[in-house]
Ligand binder design. Structure first.
Ligand code: PDD
Length: 285
């Protein structure tokens, strides 16, 4: 079935959607994006996603002509027109088409696109089995807090992991794990969750935000600090989070089983309560 996608104000069959080859998103990766999870036809954490979008836009000095109500309406219309029950909404804003010139155009006409991608978020078999992770050097730029559409380093990382039979890459810099190629990384030791503190070195995950709040409510201790790859390999458990996975337990890193090599209790519990909350109060998880 052909999807209905969104381009600059229009909802179109995906085959009819197009953008200019001069779009700065295409030529310079000059744009930012968001990916929002949809469960039972409702978006999870829409407002925090839009807060992060606003921040990313500010960091690249791109003023969006689209207010939040317009963006929400676009997302909801995409869900409705595509009858999306479970999956993701991808959206991005670029600095739009202009003659190829590194300088920002004086009067940009930003491009906004959006589309849905159905996927099995709730009963994903990887949530039950856990996943394998492979480490790769973190070769990305220095502003990973900006959700930039420049994702070549992450695509290379994910492919390198896949070539080793792993589902996700954990990127390592100066011996410390920064994050997954498209997810936040966590380990658990002695009942405490350890995940890197927010900085320009990592993306401020929206799922991370929700999970840490839930963990606090459950009186689970949280340490926000970098951890090394060796520490991760010796942890009691490990897991990752993102809009596209929610929570996946990690059962192996570089071939080393984590804990007893099965999904750990903290990851399983966080996934369960995050999903319960999402299904009860879809937009305020
Ligand atoms: N990626 N870190 C990186 C580098 C990411 O690309 C993502 C998400 C996350 C988790 O963020 P969130 O919880 O807000 O999804 C962390 C999305 C899903 C993607 O690019 O498809």
């Amino acid at each position: 079935m052909s999807r209905t996608v969104y381009v600059n104000g229009d909802f179109l069959p995906e085959q009819e959607a197009s953008i200019s080859i001069f779009d700065r998103g295409f030529l310079f990766a000059d744009g930012v994006y968001e990916v929002t999870a949809v469960v039972d036809g409702h978006m999870l954490d829409f407002e925090p996603h839009m807060d992060r979008l606003q921040r990313s836009l500010g960091e690249i000095s791109l003023e969006s002509p689209y207010d939040r109500d317009t963006l929400r309406a676009m997302h909801e219309e995409l869900i409705a027109r595509n009858q999306l029950d479970q999956g993701l909404i991808y959206m991005h804003i670029t600095r739009g088409p202009a003659d190829r010139d590194f300088h920002y155009p004086k009067q940009p006409v930003p491009t906004l696109i959006g589309f849905t991608q159905a996927s099995n978020l709730v009963d994903n078999p990887k949530a039950a089995s856990g996943i394998k992770v492979a480490s790769v050097p973190d070769i990305r730029w220095a502003r990973r807090d900006i959700k930039s559409i420049a994702l070549l380093a992450q695509a290379m990382a994910k492919q390198a992991a896949a070539d080793k039979g792993a589902s996700e890459a954990w990127m390592v810099e100066d011996g410390f794990v920064t994050e997954g190629s498209s997810s936040t990384a966590y380990i658990v030791k002695g009942g405490r969750i350890i995940t890197r503190q927010l900085s320009q070195k990592v993306l401020a995950g929206i799922t991370r935000r929700a999970l840490l709040k839930l963990a606090e409510q459950e009186n689970v201790e949280i340490e926000q600090r970098p951890f090394t790859l060796d520490e991760a390999k010796g942890a009691d458990e490990a897991f990752l989070s993102s809009a596209s996975t929610l929570v996946f337990p990690v059962i192996e890193i570089d071939g080393v089983p984590i804990g007893d090599g099965t999904p750990g209790p903290v990851a399983r519990k966080l996934r369960r309560i995050y999903l319960e909350l999402a299904r009860r109060r879809p937009d305020s998880a």
